[in-house]
Design a protein around this ligand. Structure first.
Ligand code: TTP
Ligand code: MG
Length: 428
């Protein structure tokens, strides 16, 4: 449907719930056939203490604030599985823990020691895959798609990792293996301690279906009652809803949940910097069919995004185009530069190429988005007329100075301004 008066809604995805990652949101619908391993150490701080102090092994042990005979302030960091039998949990007030089990061993955390053991474990993991993403002191993802064969398959690789960790540190780890990150993380948690759960691609949906929705990333205490009111108690209940229904009821997070419930999570395993991205996207009030209007919109998004990046002193190496068609199918296409950029023309040139080579099969477009990832911090700059910059960078900087003074809409490239005026776009 052609519509010259489409209004634009611009969303900045950065800064939302960390589980609500723009990278995931920008990923493609196509299956990638990956094998992802998630590893999480068991009762980590407490297990290190029990290992270092043999007299505490097999006993309820609480790492956290000083309980001061039940009057202490502060919380439990973690506790041994023996202490969990009494109902003690991480983040619980230490006074409550003391009430539940006054005879437990209470120890203050020794951060340096835990960091040392963590480094030992993480370096060992790098022998099993070049793609290791540490996500906390005792957790990591490994992409073992291409390395599992070397170890006799995914299960043999996992068993070898677990036994090597045990040999080196005398600690136990729980492992989950699945075709994507979020399922692997759920799997590693299911049979703790010392667990190993493997979910094959053809078992993915039957594995997920009976699990409670609170296991879905982003389904917190606020969202769960809302979902339950819709009759959604399990991941399987969620998967029975269509994308469109979930979008209408829950907005953008509804699409995120739909993807997870259907086992779709194409986020790559990568370092912390790789996980970051910054994006701009636009939902048209009416689906559009006019390529020129779409290109203008993409130019605007690139310009706006590049400005935001320069303000935040960020440069990115990978640019991603996101397209949602009128039937809600969503696609993304990416290109990586050999250098970091915050230049809108450069970004737009790549986005145009990606856009041109995308075949939308005659369907209208509901949403367009542009994202930059592989971000480097502290390299962008807003100084006017820096000596060794190229002409187009100077152009960006001149515009930035004016925007800084008079606001975002004070200046846009002349051609775009006219288009924006003609088409009546409105930025929220
Ligand atoms: P977790 O992996 O969440 O917990 P855990 O390893 O102790 O137990 P589990 O077997 O269930 O994985 O966290 C890792 C460490 O991080 C934990 O040992 C202590 C620390 N931590 C805190 O200090 N405060 C917290 O609230 C949590 C959850 C963890
Ligand atoms: Mg743990």
């Amino acid at each position: 449907m052609k519509n010259g008066n489409s209004r634009l809604r611009i969303f900045c995805l950065q800064g939302l719930d960390p589980f609500y990652s723009p990278i995931m949101d920008l990923s493609d619908m196509e299956s990638t056939g990956r094998t992802i391993l998630h590893l999480d150490m068991d009762a980590f701080f407490a297990a290190v203490e029990q290992q270092d102090h043999p007299q505490w092994r097999g006993k309820p042990l609480v790492v956290g604030a000083d309980p001061k005979g039940g009057k202490g302030r502060g919380v439990v960091s973690t506790c041994s599985y023996e202490a969990r039998v009494y109902g003690i949990r991480s983040a619980m007030p230490i006074s409550t823990a003391y009430r539940l089990c006054p005879t437990a061993v209470y120890v203050l955390p020794r951060g340096g020691r835990y960091a040392q053991v963590s480094r030992q474990i993480m370096s060992l993991l790098r022998d099993y895959s070049p793609d290791v993403e540490q996500i906390s002191i005792d957790e990591a993802f490994l992409d073992i798609t291409s390395t599992q064969k070397l170890f006799g398959g995914a299960e043999a690789l996992a068993r070898q990792i677990k036994s090597q960790i045990n040999e080196k540190t005398k600690l136990t780890a729980s492992v989950g293996i699945a075709p994507n990150k979020f399922t692997a993380k759920i799997a590693s948690d299911l049979r703790k301690p010392d667990g190993l759960v493997i979910v094959k691609a053809d078992e993915l949906l039957t594995f997920l279906a009976p699990l409670e929705i609170s296991r879905l990333w982003g389904a917190g205490p606020k969202t769960v009652p809302q979902l339950q009111a819709m009759g959604i108690y399990t991941i399987g209940d969620m998967a029975r809803y269509s994308q469109q229904q979930l979008f209408e009821r829950l907005g953008q997070p509804g699409l995120h949940f739909w993807r997870l419930a259907n086992g779709i999570d194409d986020r790559p395993v990568g370092g912390a910097a790789d996980a970051k991205s910054i994006s701009r996207e636009t939902t048209f009030e009416h689906d559009i069919d006019d390529n020129e209007q779409m290109r203008d919109c993409l130019f605007y998004l690139c310009d706006d995004l590049a400005y935001e990046m320069r303000k935040k002193r960020l440069r990115g190496r990978t640019v991603t185009l996101k397209i949602r068609l009128d039937d809600f199918s969503t696609f993304s296409r990416s290109q990586t530069f050999d250098h970091g950029t915050d230049n809108s023309d450069e970004m737009f040139q790549r986005i145009s190429e990606l856009f041109q080579s995308f075949d939308r099969g005659g369907k209208c477009v509901r949403l367009l988005g542009v994202a930059m990832s592989h971000l480097q911090q502290g390299v962008g700059q807003m100084d006017l007329f820096a000596e060794n910059d190229e002409k187009r960078d100077r152009m960006d900087r001149v515009m930035d100075q004016v925007r800084k003074k008079f606001g975002m809409d004070a200046i846009h490239r002349a051609s775009l301004l006219k288009k924006r005026r003609d088409s009546g776009w409105i930025r929220e």
